[in-house]
Design a protein around this ligand. Structure first.
Ligand code: ADP
Ligand code: MG
Length: 378
C-alpha cells in the first residue's frame, strides 16, 4: 500500500475521501469525533501545500439529494476545528465543482456535497468515479470506516495515483499488530443489532482468540439456535443456521448471556423467557461473569453495545462492560459507530488503547479478510 507520505502533493489537487458521516441534530454536528479523526491528514496536506478537495457521505440519502443528509454542517464544524476557511460546494461532480477546483490555490480547501446523493456511488460505478476523479490529480483514501466498494472509495483508484491517508495507515497498523501476536488471554466481545453482517465474522476468528463474549440483540439469534424461547427479542431468522454451526464449532470458546433485562426492567434468566418478553440488555449475572473474564484478559477487542443503551433503563450492561474494559490492564481496542457513541455517552472514550473509526472494516480485518478499497491502493 502506498502511503500519503510517498506522494508528491505540492500544488496538486488532492481528492481526499474522508469519513464525514457524523450525527446531525438541529442542523448541527452532534458528535465531531469522526471529523477530529480526519484532521491529521488534512493538516498534513496543508503543510505540504496541496490543494484539497474533500469528499464524503452522510447518512442514507438513498441516491438522491436530501437536505437532512447535507454535508454543510460538517464543513462548518471542520472549518472551526481547523481554524481555516472551507468552501462548501453543493455538488460533488459537474460544472460547479470543476470551476471551484480549477480556481483552488495551494492550502485551500473545498468540501463537496454528499457523494451518496448520486445512486451511482454505492454501485461502484466507474463512469461516476471518472467524473469524481476529473477534478483532481491525486487520490487519498482516508475513509477507514467506509470499507465497502463504492465509486469514491474504490473505483476512483483506477483513475488517479492513489495513496492511503494517515488515519487508514494508523488503523491498519494497530489492527495488524493486534493480530500478529495478541497477548493472551485474547477476548473478543461482540454485540449490537447488525447480526446479519457480523455473525459471519465469527467463522473466521483468529486462532489466538480465547473467548468470544456475545451480547446485544445478537445473543438472541444464538439462543434461538439452541431452541430457546426468546419472546419479542430482536433476532435474525436468516442467521440461525450460522449460529448453530458456530455453537458447534466454537464450543466453550463461545459465551452467551445467562440472563437479560427485559422491557419492564426486570432481570430474567436466559431459559425463562415468555412470549411477551423483550430482552433489551444483558442481565446482572452476565455482567458479573463478563467483567471477571475481561479483568483477566491481556487483549480485548469489543464491537457492538450489549443492549439498547440509548434507553437509560437498558444502558447498564453496556456501561458496565465499557467500565470493565476501561479498567483492564491489557491492550483494549474498540470499534463500531454505536459502540463509540456509547463510550462517549459514558465519558470513557479516553480510557482505551484505541477506538477505531470503522466497525465493519475492523471486523473484516480481524477475520483475515481483505478490504478491496484498501487493496486498490497497492
Ligand atoms: P455498532 O455500530 O457498534 O457496530 P450495531 O450497529 O450493530 O453496533 O448495533 C447498535 C444498536 O444495537 C444500538 O442502537 C442498540 O440499541 C441496539 N441493540 C443492542 N442490543 C439490543 C437489543 N437487545 N434489542 C434491541 N436493540 C439492541
Ligand atoms: Mg451501528
Amino acid at each position: 500500500m502506498k502511503s500519503i507520505k510517498e506522494a508528491n502533493v505540492k500544488g496538486k489537487k488532492v481528492f481526499l475521501r474522508a469519513d464525514l458521516d457524523v450525527p446531525i441534530k438541529n442542523g448541527k454536528v452532534a458528535d465531531d469525533s469522526r471529523l477530529k479523526a480526519a484532521l491529521p491528514t488534512i493538516q498534513y496536506l496543508l503543510k505540504k501545500n496541496a490543494k484539497i478537495i474533500i469528499c464524503g457521505h452522510l447518512g442514507r440519502p438513498e441516491g438522491k439529494p436530501d437536505k437532512k443528509s447535507s454535508l454543510k454542517p460538517a464543513a462548518e464544524r471542520l472549518s472551526k476545528l481547523l481554524n481555516k476557511k472551507i468552501k462548501f460546494v453543493p455538488d460533488c461532480i459537474g460544472l460547479k465543482v470543476k470551476k471551484e477546483a480549477s480556481a483552488l490555490k495551494e492550502k485551500e480547501i473545498l468540501l463537496l456535497e454528499n457523494v451518496r446523493f448520486y445512486p451511482e456511488e454505492e454501485k461502484d460505478s466507474e463512469t461516476f468515479a471518472k467524473k469524481l476523479a476529473e477534478n483532481a490529480d491525486v487520490f487519498v483514501h482516508d475513509a477507514f470506516a467506509s470499507h465497502r466498494n463504492h465509486s469514491s472509495t474504490h473505483a476512483i483508484a483506477k483513475y488517479l495515483p492513489s495513496y492511503a491517508g494517515l488515519l487508514v495507515e494508523k488503523e491498519l497498523g494497530i489492527l495488524q499488530k493486534l493480530l500478529q501476536k495478541p497477548k493472551k488471554p485474547f477476548i473478543i466481545i461482540l454485540g449490537g443489532a447488525k447480526t446479519g453482517t457480523k455473525i459471519d465474522i465469527l467463522s473466521n476468528l483468529p486462532k489466538s482468540t480465547d473467548k468470544v463474549l456475545i451480547g446485544g440483540a445478537m445473543a438472541f439469534t444464538f439462543l434461538k439456535a439452541k431452541g430457546y424461547e426468546t419472546g419479542k427479542s430482536l433476532y435474525e431468522p436468516d442467521k440461525i443456521k450460522t449460529a448453530k454451526m458456530l455453537i458447534n464449532k466454537l464450543k466453550e470458546k463461545l459465551i452467551l448471556p445467562s440472563d437479560f433485562i427485559i422491557q419492564n426492567g426486570k432481570n430474567v434468566n436466559e431459559n425463562k423467557f415468555k412470549p411477551e418478553m423483550n430482552g433489551l440488555d444483558i442481565g446482572k449475572e452476565t455482567v458479573k461473569e463478563y467483567s471477571a473474564i475481561i479483568k483477566k484478559a491481556k487483549t480485548v477487542f469489543w464491537n457492538g453495545p450489549m443492549g439498547l443503551f440509548e434507553g437509560k433503563k437498558y444502558s447498564g450492561g453496556t456501561k458496565k462492560t465499557a467500565l470493565a474494559i476501561a479498567k483492564c490492564k491489557g491492550t483494549t481496542i474498540l470499534a463500531g459507530g454505536d459502540t463509540e457513541h456509547a463510550i462517549h455517552m459514558f465519558k470513557l472514550s479516553k480510557k482505551y488503547t484505541h477506538v477505531s473509526t470503522g466497525g465493519g472494516a475492523a471486523l473484516n480485518i480481524l477475520a483475515g479478510k481483505k478490504i478491496s478499497a484498501i487493496e486498490a491502493l497497492k
